[in-house]
Design a protein around this ligand. Sequence first.
Ligand code: GLC
Length: 448
Amino acid sequence: MSPMLAFPDAALAHAVSAFETTAAALESIAGDFSAQIAQGLAGAGGSLKMLRTFTSQPTGRESGRVVVVDWGGTKGRAGIVELGGAGAARLVAEEVFTFSEEQKRGAVAPVFDVVAAAIGRVVDAQPTGAYPLGFVYSFPARLEGINRAVALALTKGWRVAGLEGQDVAALLGDALRRRGLERVRVSAVANDTVATLILQSYRSRGAGGRPADIGLILGTGTNQAADLGPAGIRNLESGNFDGVTAVETPYDVALDREQREPRPGAQRLEKMVSGHYLGEILRRVVYDLSQRRAGLRGAAHSAFATPFAVESEHLSRIAADRSNGLDDVDALLRELGATSTREERQGVRALSGAIVGRSARLVAATLLGTLRVLDPVLADRRTIAVDGSLWGGYPGFASLVAGTLVELIGRERADRIEIVFVKDSTSTGAAVIAAVAAAQGSARSSSG
Ligand code: GLC
């Protein structure tokens, strides 16, 4: 028989309340976030990198065929996107590629060869001729031009030896040559947050609307990009925001200290908010509570004893179970190796909801931090474009964020902030960025 999960009630209630965040705490986080944006822009350090992107808002009329690559996790995609102008785009072909755990911790060239092979599979089937390529590289990179991006330390559990300090566009170009794909030229590199922002702007402007102000990803990792007017569109690398100590629990502190990648102290917001970590936080709490009950060997022999064995998809499943007996939570816990009583399932559900609730509230506070830099009194309409598996997959996540904004700034101001879910935005966004780069390039050569 599988071991039982059981928690002492007071300990459970205490753990749930540890994940609660007051409006005052969130206000102060929003203030710190705004201050660190200013600090980062001034080059005065701080935890927000405010990286340049070398792209500008699209007109909505961009057109043409572009090869795209989307890499920022275990699974990536290569494809061909046809931009039709007037905000229209169509994915013509797509190939998925997957990295093994060894590759994620291995050498540089094999990783880029996996990407180039997938590009080959889509491009080989296309008519001859040269193609521009838009490369979504969803890790921190310091751009020195639209097609020059120097890799910074990796995130989300990746550690490719020797990548840091190298230009990822050049590395992809080398891999394309090794694969005999000289007709494909890497013409733009962008972060996924930038691709989401730009795609929303392309669609909206194509239909006569206004561009997006912020791009947010909430998936395996989390990050924001924002159009900061004179400072241009910046990749904040907001997952690295460190002003979270007021709302951290001992579980967060331990998780941060015990990971080698990203190193302790790095990606503090991401470690409390994004899909890569939410399951792990729940696992740690459940395991700890089970251990504290005398005589319960329980979770010691279930997935709750194995780091990263509980995933954010599990938390989505827990939230989606509306049955009285929490039957699907029961099934899930059995899959994870533990039997449970109904009370215990309610406990797991309460904890899971509290952990995700804190994530949504932190996301709202940090968005507010950015919005106030754009517009201190929040007088104008603003658009936030969002993509990512946690946002799209966790039931009610968007409402949790919207509700927190109302709590923090009132309904009238919150109503001026439009949050648009732009599903599968990154590849198509990359195509628009490459097209914008091509237009900028030809504008430069005709004026110079
Ligand atoms: C991580 C990466 C960042 C990316 C985010 C979402 O935070 O460092 O570049 O935008 O994940 O994928």
